[in-house]
Design a protein around this ligand. Structure first.
Ligand code: SIN
Length: 306
């Protein structure tokens, strides 16, 4: 028998635990539609939109380090009001559409959630971009700011609310607990690691912004550790994110405590070939069959009991 792959996550039912991460393929309505047609995709998270439009940083904005990507795009987006128009063109999506928003304070969070509520199935609060002034990590590293932004978003929607947290803090549990107390439904862990690469020939940093966020293979064990820690500390679902390239990486995060898993860099490495998601799902199914499980939910957090 084929093990059941659908998962319940924060009030949503996903046909698969695989979610396309923010910033990858969720940037245009055409791509979102294409992604939703792949049966291995359970949900898609849009690119992050902010209150005001942002042009993004100058090039170079990304570099492939071989063991992961270092990027600082600068959250380029047309602003939430313009993006609302784009999203309202999407009709009858077969999977939940989670809109990623990057507010810098509680007022912005309220305005954005209210405006985007009817064009989304849920929100992911990006409180973790490691290199944007007054946004992301600058607010997401302060538990009081996290509490105030999450409470404000919570008051404006009954839809599922996720918070994407950063590994660049001393105590991830403290940040996650602040979000839980303020009413978030699930925690996505993790966003990228703040990093720098230096071009030794030019003798200067590679990225125009100097600082960027490291994603991909290199951060996978950090994601596993943080999901594991959160699973022991909080009682709401966790979405694992960080360096999932194959089914083993996905299973590792699920065993650590993730109900679902986001895929980002691996899609970029595969040049947007969505077959990678089918391969990952196939591998998880084989693993479950091999181990005698009937349902992927049965292995969530299992590493804690063995
Ligand atoms: C970017 O747009 O530079 C990356 C976004 C993020 O790290 O959240």
């Amino acid at each position: 028998m084929h093990p059941k792959m659908s998962v319940k996550l924060a009030g949503l039912v996903l046909r698969s635990p695989l979610i396309v991460a923010s910033g990858v393929l969720g940037s245009s309505t055409r791509l979102i539609k294409k992604v939703s047609e792949n049966p291995s995709v359970g949900a898609v998270v849009t690119k992050t939109v902010t209150y005001n439009p942002r042009p993004g940083y100058e090039n170079p904005t990304a570099i492939d380090l071989g063991f992961g990507f270092l990027n600082a795009m600068g959250l380029p987006n047309p602003g939430y009001l313009e993006y609302r128009k784009e999203l309202s063109e999407i009709k009858d999506l077969a999977i939940p559409l989670i809109v990623s928003i990057g507010p810098s304070n509680s007022e912005e969070a309220a305005e954005m959630v209210k405006a985007l509520n009817d064009v989304s199935d849920g929100f992911e609060l990006n409180l973790s971009c490691p290199h944007a002034e007054k946004l992301g990590l600058e607010v997401g590293s302060d538990p009081e700011k996290v509490r105030s932004i999450v409470s404000s978003a919570r008051r404006c929607t009954t839809k599922p609310l996720f918070v994407k947290i950063s590994p660049n803090v001393t105590d991830v549990v403290e940040i996650a607990r602040a979000a839980v107390e303020a009413g978030v439904d699930a925690v996505t862990a993790i966003n990228t690691m703040k990093s720098i690469a230096i071009d030794v020939n030019a003798g200067k940093p590679v990225l125009s912004n100097v600082y960027g966020g490291l994603s991909g293979k290199a951060i996978h064990p950090i994601a596993v550790r943080i999901v594991y820690e959160l699973y022991e500390a909080i009682k709401i679902p966790i979405v694992g994110c960080g360096g999932v390239y194959d089914w083993r990486d996905a299973v590792e995060l699920i065993l650590a405590g993730a109900t679902a898993v986001q895929i980002g860099s691996a899609i970029v490495y595969s040049r947007s070939d969505l077959n990678i998601l089918n391969e990952i799902e196939k591998g998880i199914i084989e693993y479950l069959k091999d181990k005698g499980f009937n349902n992927v939910m049965e292995i969530v957090g299992l590493a804690h009991t063995s």
